[in-house]
Design a protein around this ligand. Structure first.
Ligand code: SF4
Length: 444
């Protein structure tokens, strides 16, 4: 057994956050323990993201700082794990020769054995492992908080033309439903009252006869779970059945993160998204009809190759018509090895991409404020997540749909508090706590 300290730094999406918890769990089993500063660690691991050029460049420059620490601390060993290891192993090897390991997302089971091996002169590169790796039996080493992220699938089969995920994380593999439910039961027993089901394309989940809507319903019925969320959904896999399951279960949060990416059919086609703008719009109408409380957010890429002014105007019009609560807007950046990089020229000037990004952000800021403001006066249960960042005497939590609310009382994380929403400050709602008699939820 080893008793060394592990410092792990995580970039990218929630899938990577869970992968870091899986790595920590595998290593804690062997006696390693987590430390919060790299200066106190024997092992430093950096869990990387390859989805965007900016995140990749930031990760590489941050990893480079550990070269100095390695010189100062004899015995320190540094590894890069995650998507970048599989997507850009030779670049990492060339740019960061001081590394000990470059390990892809499916080889983490080998870590305890690799850490016990003597140091080498060059990085050990292991990018691929059995294609069916699911870490199904590994319970992630979760930190304190109210939310347990539960990965239900790994990889993706969609091959959107701009995306590195299918290459960096491999094909889609789904965990058996029973083991997912056992993990949720365990998380609830450990005090996590909210569960978020995670997958690169969460709603395409299917394990034997069990499809995503059934799994979601089973998760919602686990005793003690207060809220169930999920991400990320692909529009082509968002069925009316799934929407009905959301509407029928009080514990399933009425929210949908539904990436649009573009509002022009020509651009959607080049992106390989497999829906049209009209189909997406119809889906949103159906979703709002079945789940009237729905909080709708999206991802949009501006400046995809060949995106003309007319194409962008279609995106702009659709975003305005849909009136999102939130959106994450990105400028297209070419990712080596993707079909888009091979087939299309990155021909939209940066200044145009930036102007388009600002335009979409402005529209969504407006609709987000309007939709939040419409919540004022409502009575809803707020699940407290902790102290407000601005004032430790106040608490921060969320409505079932996910709106952030600050209340002027100190309440414990995990407590569900009846609240009347009273005002909007920036993006945050404020609310006053009601007595229990008034706790009945306003469903207006
Ligand atoms: S659905 Fe498309 S964008 Fe999302 S991870 Fe899969 S390939 Fe990438």
């Amino acid at each position: 057994m080893n008793s060394g300290g592990i410092y792990i730094e995580t970039y990218g999406c929630q899938m990577n956050l869970v992968d870091s918890e899986i790595v920590l769990s595998l290593l804690e089993e062997r006696g390693y323990h987590r430390v919060e500063q790299p200066e106190r660690a024997e092992i430093v691991l950096v869990n990387t993201c390859a989805v965007r050029e900016h995140a990749e460049a930031r990760a590489i420059s941050n990893i480079a700082r550990f070269a100095r620490l390695k010189k100062q601390r004899a015995g320190l060993r540094v590894g890069v794990i995650g998507c970048l290891s599989r997507h850009a192993a030779s670049e990492l090897e060339r740019k960061l020769p001081f590394l000990d390991w470059i390990l892809g997302p499916d080889v983490y089971r080998k870590l305890p054995a690799l850490l016990a091996e003597p140091p080498r002169d060059r990085p050990l590169v292991l990018t691929h492992a059995p294609a069916d790796e699911l870490y199904d039996d590994v319970l992630p080493a979760r930190r304190d908080g109210i939310n347990a992220w539960v990965t239900i699938s790994r990889g993706c089969n969609n091959f959107c033309t701009y995306c590195v995920v299918p290459k960096a994380r491999g094909p889609e593999r789904n965990r058996p439903g029973d083991s997912i439910i056992r993990e949720i039961e365990r998380a609830v027993a450990d005090g996590f009252v909210q569960v978020t089901l995670l997958g690169q394309n969460v709603n395409s989940y299917r394990h034997r006869e069990l499809a995503f809507p059934d799994l979601l319903a089973r998760a919602a019925e686990v005793e003690g779970v207060k809220r169930v969320r999920f991400l990320t959904s692909h529009p082509k896999d968002c069925s009316p059945e799934l929407l009905r399951v959301i509407a029928e279960h009080e514990t399933i949060c009425p929210e949908l993160h539904l990436p649009l990416q573009a509002g022009s059919d020509a651009v959607l086609k080049r992106m390989g998204r497999r829906y049209t703008a009209a189909k997406y719009r119809k889906l949103v109408e159906t979703a709002r009809a079945i789940v009237p409380e729905l909080l709708l957010s999206t991802d949009i890429i501006v400046g995809f190759p060949g995106e003309s002014d007319a194409d962008f105007r279609e995106t702009e019009a659709l975003v305005r018509a849909i009136s999102y609560d939130d959106a994450f807007v990105y400028r297209y950046s070419e990712r080596p090895g993707t079909r888009a990089a091979l087939k299309y020229e990155d021909d939209v000037p940066l200044a145009v991409k930036t102007a388009r990004l600002m335009r979409i952000n402005e529209i969504v800021r407006g609709s987000g404020v309007r939709r939040r403001r419409a919540q004022i006066g409502r009575r809803l249960p707020v699940l407290v997540e902790g102290a407000s960042t601005r004032d430790p005497h106040e608490s921060m939590g969320r409505t079932p749909a996910g709106h952030v609310v600050v209340i002027s009382e100190t309440r414990s994380a995990g407590e569900e508090v009846p609240v009347r929403l009273t005002a909007l400050a920036g993006r945050t709602l404020r609310g006053e706590v009601l007595d229990s008699v008034a706790a009945s939820v306003d469903n207006s």
